[in-house]
Design a protein around this ligand. Structure first.
Ligand SMILES: C[S@@+](CC[C@H](N)C(=O)[O-])C[C@H]1O[C@@H](n2cnc3c(N)ncnc32)[C@H](O)[C@@H]1O
Length: 297
């Protein structure tokens, strides 16, 4: 511990502290003599205060994300080597700043964007999410299509660092806004649930994007002779596996009515999707549940 405190006291903590702000630590220890993460966090906090020369209150309970008014530091002890990093984001990066009402089981914005980009979506082609929930996929598609910089509408932890230059940030965001363009193609979102439709409309308004939102069952999705991308996420969870099978069948039928449209989906499993001829793009987790991203050729 003495060596940890000695070396940590030389770190330039003050560059990341706000006057009267709190700090939080998230520590992991692996294969190291110092294995008690709480005790390591305590020593790092002491080192920080000794370097700053003023008391810095500690915020408790830094889970995935620190409290909004606290600067989060992360320390990873591995094989007796401690790496300290500073969280520059604040709220998790999937939070772009547009989300208001949530429907059931919303997809993280970053996963929606990954699905779209992985499917080769550039914004020029129409998009339809027939199972839109709170509208995440349609809204992220619109933001990609208008070329809005991700997260431009939110704030970041680094904006509270003493060296942060509001002028420079303004300069960068104005430059990023210059790349934006009007929506080139139609974006449509549908859901059978009235609450989901209302949530999508409100979220789209908050994001400042134009989306056609329709209350409709997937089975009623009309044919379309043009091309486009049908992108959606199926409800996942063990309880609803049977429902997912029916939805896969309905999606295959919808894709049949739109032969020039490609399909991109997020689902807990591709089982039941044989009618769609999908290939796996990515396997990851969403809310702790393993999921697959699948696209048609
Ligand atoms: C997993 S949620 C989608 C979540 C959405 N991607 C989001 O981020 O909020 C699935 C949605 O499909 C809708 N849904 C389920 N079966 C449907 C059907 N047969 N037709 C239309 N919508 C349906 C549900 O109402 C629910 O909002």
């Amino acid at each position: 511990f003495a060596e940890l405190v000695r070396q940590a006291s030389a770190l330039p903590w003050e560059r990341f502290l706000r006057k009267r702000g709190r700090v939080a630590f998230r520590v992991t220890c692996r294969k190291s003599r110092l294995y008690h993460s709480g005790a390591v966090a305590e020593r790092l906090h002491a080192a920080l205060e000794s370097r700053a020369r003023f008391a810095v209150p500690l915020a408790q309970g830094a889970g995935e994300e620190a409290p909004a008014d606290a600067q989060l530091f992360l320390a990873r002890f591995e094989h007796d080597l401690c790496t300290v990093s500073v969280d520059s984001s604040g709220a998790l990066l999937h939070q772009r700043g547009w989300r208001g009402p949530q429907a059931k089981a919303p997809l993280r914005e970053t996963l929606a964007a990954a699905l779209l980009l992985g499917a080769g979506f550039t914004g020029e082609q129409p998009i339809c999410d027939p199972l839109c929930g709170s509208g995440t996929i349609a809204i992220e598609a619109a933001l990609i299509a208008i070329r809005q910089a991700p997260g431009i509408a939110r704030s970041f932890a680094f904006q509270r660092w003493p060296e942060f230059s509001a002028r420079q940030w303004e300069h960068l965001t104005v430059a990023a806004r210059k790349h934006e363009r009007p929506l080139p193609a139609r974006i449509e979102a549908g859901d059978q649930d009235a609450g989901a439709v209302a949530a999508t409309s409100e979220n789209a308004a908050r994001a400042g994007v134009e989306i056609a939102v329709i209350q409709r069952r997937l089975a009623d999705l009309p044919p379309d002779p043009g091309g486009g991308l049908m992108a959606c996420n199926l409800p996942y969870g063990v309880r609803i596996a049977a429902d997912a099978r029916i939805l896969f069948e309905e999606l295959a039928a919808a894709a049949h009515r739109r032969p020039a449209w490609r399909v991109a989906i997020v689902a807990a499993s591709a089982r039941g999707a044989s009618g769609l001829r999908l290939t796996t793009l990515l396997r990851t987790k969403s809310g702790g549940i393993p999921i697959e991203m699948l696209v048609s050729a």
